[in-house]
Design a protein around this ligand. Sequence first.
Ligand SMILES: Cc1cc2nc3c(=O)[nH]c(=O)nc-3n(C[C@H](O)[C@H](O)[C@H](O)COP(=O)(O)OP(=O)(O)OC[C@H]3O[C@@H](n4cnc5c(N)ncnc54)[C@H](O)[C@@H]3O)c2cc1C
Length: 458
Amino acid sequence: MRTMIEPAREIPVIDDHAVIVVGGGTAGMVAAVAAARNGAKVLLLERSGFLGGNIATQLLEHSAGWFDAGGAPIVGGLPEELVRRLMAAGASPGHVRDDTGYTRYRVPVNHEAFKSVVTAWVAEAGVTVRLFTPVCAVLRDTRAVSGVIVENKSGRTAYTARVLVDCSGDADAAALAGCPMLSKPDDDVQPISLLFKIGGIDYPRLLDYVAESATHFKLGVPVEQLRGEPYVNLWGFGPELRRAFADKVLSFERNELHFAGTVSQSDAIINLTRHAANGTSAEQLAEAEIALRRQVLEGLRFFRRYVPGCAAVFLSASAASVGVRETRRILGLYELTDDDIRSGRNFDDAIALGGFPMDSHDPRGSSLDATEHVRQAYGIPYRALIPREPDGILVAGRCISAERRALASARITGTCMAMGQAAGTAAALAAAGNHSTRTLDITWLRATLLAQGAILRH
Ligand SMILES: Cc1cc2nc3c(=O)[nH]c(=O)nc-3n(C[C@H](O)[C@H](O)[C@H](O)COP(=O)(O)OP(=O)(O)OC[C@H]3O[C@@H](n4cnc5c(N)ncnc54)[C@H](O)[C@@H]3O)c2cc1C
C-alpha cells in the first residue's frame, strides 16, 4: 500500500472537561448522565446527528436484559429512570412479557420518541453534547490519556479531559489510545444486520395462521392470548423461509426470523437479514449496507408471498444504517469468561449484572441454534472496563474485555446501560479526587452506585 506523511498542524483546544464520553449510544448516554449527576463537567461526543446509538439507529425490536431468568430485576438506577421517563412520554409501555419465552420481559420503544426523550434527559443533566463529531485521535503520554482530537464541520479541534469513557461500541478511542485489544480484525465475529419495519399487516389473519401452524413458532403463550394484544412477539416462520429460499425469492438461507409487533397492531419490526463483515472496515461496512438493503427488499417479497395476513404489507421504515453486533474488545485487567456467565459468578468488584442468554448469531449459519440460556445472573467486574494500559480511560458497552460468548450475553442493551452508569460514575469519582481509574476505591464506587439505584447483587 502507498503511504504519505500528513503534515503537522496547529489546532485549537476548545475546552477542558473532567470527563469526556465518546459515543452517545446505549452505554454512552447513561455514562454521560451518571458522570454529570456525580458532579463532573462532562462532554459527550457523538459521530451521528442524534443520541441513542443502536436502539435509535437500528429500530431494535426491544431493549432486553433487565431481568434474570427467574424474573428478578437486575438493572436499576439510571437505566430504569430512563424507562420511567420513556413511559411518561408515551414512548414505551415499560417492561412487557416476552411471548416467545426467550427472556422474561422486554422494553419495546417508539424509536422516534426515544431519540427526543434521551436528548432531553442528557441535556437536563447538564452534559455538553457535540453531535456530528467523531473522535479521530486520542491525546496521551506514556502513562495516561489527556483528551481527544475530533474532526467535524468546524474543522479539526481538541478537547482535554481527566478521564475518557469509550462507549463507541467499536472501542475506537481505546484503539486510538493504543490500548491492547483482545480481538483481531479477521476474527469470525457475529454478522451485521439491518432491521426493517413492515406496515399493513392483517393481525387477525396472521394469528389464525400462527394458531394453525403452531409448530412453526416458538410460542411462550397460547396464541389466543396474543389476539388483540400490542407488541406481539414471534420467533419462527422456518418452513415459510425454507420454501422462499427453495423458490429463490430469498437469496439467503434462514431457519427463523424475529417478528416484533408494535403498539399499532398493524406493523412489525423484522430481524431477518445478515451479512458477514468486519464492522471496523469502512470498505466492508459499505458492502454490508448494499447487501443488506437488497435483503430487505427480498424480505418484503417473502412476507407478501408466503405469510398469510401479510399479502399487502409495505416497507414502513428501515434502520438508519447497518447494525454491528461485534467488533473490537479491549484486553482489560479482567476478561469476563463464558464460564463466569454459565456459573452465574459474582465478583467483589461487580459494577453491573447481566442475565441475558448468550445470543450468538453465526455469520454464515441459518438459525440461532447456538443460543445458550443463562440460568442465573452474573456480575460484571469493574476490571473488565479498564484497559491494561494507559490510565485515565474506561470502556462500557459491547467493547468491554470479555470472551466472545460472554459478550454475546453482556452486549444486550439493558446490561450496556448498567455498565454505562458504572463507567460514568467511576470517571466522575476519579476525576474529582484526581485518582487513577485503575486503582479507584471499589468500595466507594459500589457504594455510590448502590445509593444511586444500581443493582449489584442477585
Ligand atoms: C441487528 C441488531 C439487533 C439487536 N437486537 C437487540 C435487541 O433486540 N435488544 C437488545 O437489547 N439489544 C439488541 N442488540 C444489541 C445491542 O443493540 C448492542 O449490543 C448495544 O446497543 C451496544 O451498545 P453500545 O453502547 O456498546 O453501542 P451503541 O449503542 O452502538 O453506541 C455506540 C455509539 O458510539 C458512536 N460512535 C462510534 N464511533 C464513534 C467515534 N469514533 N466518535 C464518536 N462517536 C462514535 C455511535 O454512533 C453510537 O451512537 C442488537 C444489535 C444488533 C446489531
